[in-house]
Ligand binder design. Structure first.
Ligand SMILES: [Mg+2]
Length: 414
């Protein structure tokens, strides 16, 4: 079996409302590049990549020169072919490799008649638990609905998510407003949902001293973990010495070199594995095995996903024995998906692992066309800019917080 073609299509799919974060905003939609790898046997494997609001089509077109004629089963060779670690100093293609690995695993699973999780050791669970992903949000650009800015709105939204999807763990994506305001908000969230667990993630924008102060102020809550309070292994290590909550990261341990450093001189307790950031599902399974050996916690990170990427997260979540916490997913903020059957459904806060051969998802061509057209109309958006704060440049550690009293309705193209 050999690869004969690689196609890429950029789509943009609306979110319920723009999602604010410490470095900018998702402007009311996700931009994702859908990758199709075709073989001489007629099988087509699916991959997906983000890219900070931009299209990644061009890089996948360039990969045809490397991969046409390549056997999709030879995944380790593909890693060195397009993402050799020293050549990557010039061309970092970790995320590109990930999307192509998803597609090749999809092909292998279809060719051998087994779901991807069976290629990775076999499933340990049929459903993967997810956490609610609570964001500060601007109102929907068309209707103004769905704003989350006040603490009251946050509690209402978290309660709605719990009753609709059954979540028992709740994440607050923070680092947007002043830490004192976000501390009040996080504590209000915990008070409104007693018996559940919580996680707080300011995307690394606190100073170490702020991180320690904040961490100590939430020690009495039922925290899953305190995620990336500060950017850098040294700041995380100093915070960890002073705060009695497990620290988690999806930013400072995202490759094996960093994982080795974290084992030798531990700064983080829980490693949030991202099938894209790590370069594929298999890299995450390997990293989970290292974490199992050294008894570090593991969970599944979300860098924004449509159904193809979600399938990779489900197959990963199905096979790692040490999945210590509910996975994260932006998925419940989406209004639609590009896969057959529409959005995957949550049951009691969990999503079923696909059982069909390969990743177990197929494209709805009509939806792909619709959202590719929408991308052509709206174009890219800068993920690291906030449409409500033109000229704002967040720094590390940050002190340029947004004003929680600012109730403007930001009407971005939608
Ligand atoms: Mg994070």
């Amino acid at each position: 079996m050999t690869i004969v073609d690689i196609r890429a299509t950029t789509v943009t799919v609306p979110l319920e409302a723009p999602l604010r974060h410490a470095n900018g905003c998702h402007w009311g939609r996700f931009v994702r590049t859908i990758v199709e790898v075709e073989t001489d046997t007629g099988l087509i494997g699916l991959g997906e990549m983000g890219g900070g609001g931009e299209s990644a089509e061009a890089v996948f077109r360039a990969m045809k020169g490397y991969l046409v004629g390549h056997d999709p089963v030879r995944l380790e060779e593909m890693r060195f072919l397009i993402a050799n670690p020293t050549a990557s100093l010039y061309n970092n293609r970790t995320q590109v490799l990930a999307a192509l690995e998803f597609a090749c695993l999809d092909i292998i699973g279809q060719a051998w008649g087994v779901p991807v999780c069976d290629l990775l050791g076999g499933r340990l669970r049929d459903r993967v638990p997810f956490a609610a992903y609570c964001f500060w949000r601007y109102g929907n650009p068309a209707t103004g609905e769905g704003e989350v800015r006040t603490i009251d709105q946050l509690v209402k939204e978290a309660t709605r998510l719990k009753s609709r999807f059954g979540f028992t763990s709740h994440k607050l994506k923070a680092g947007v407003f002043h830490p004192d305001y976000e501390l009040d908000a996080y504590r209000a969230l915990a008070a409104a949902l007693p018996g559940d667990s919580y996680r707080f993630d300011p995307n690394g924008v606190f100073s170490t001293e702020q991180a320690i102060r904040f961490g100590q102020a939430i020690e009495d809550l039922r925290n899953d973990y305190f995620e990336d309070p500060v950017f850098g292994l040294s700041g995380m290590r100093r915070t960890r010495e002073m705060v009695r909550i497990p620290l988690a990261t999806n930013t400072v341990v995202v490759n094996f070199e960093q994982l080795a450093q974290n084992v030798l001189n531990t700064a983080v307790d829980v490693i949030l594995l991202d099938t894209t950031f790590w370069g594929g599902i298999r890299a995450c399974v390997k990293a989970a095995a290292v974490c199992e050996t050294f008894q570090l916690g593991v969970a599944v990170h979300s860098s924004g996903e449509l159904g193809i990427q979600l399938a990779t997260m489900l197959h990963l979540g199905a096979v790692i024995p040490n999945l210590s916490f509910a996975a994260d997913a932006h998925y419940h903020h989406l209004t639609d998906d590009v896969i057959e059957g529409g959005l995957m459904q949550y049951e009691d806060g969990k999503i079923r692992v696909p059982t069909r051969p390969g990743l177990g998802v197929t494209l709805n061509r009509e939806k792909v066309r619709e959202y590719a057209e929408l991308y052509k109309r709206l174009g890219a958006y800068p993920y690291d800019q906030d449409p409500g704060r033109p000229g704002w440049t967040p720094i590390l550690p940050n002190d340029r917080w947004a004003d929680h009293r600012d109730d403007r309705w930001i009407r971005v193209p939608y």
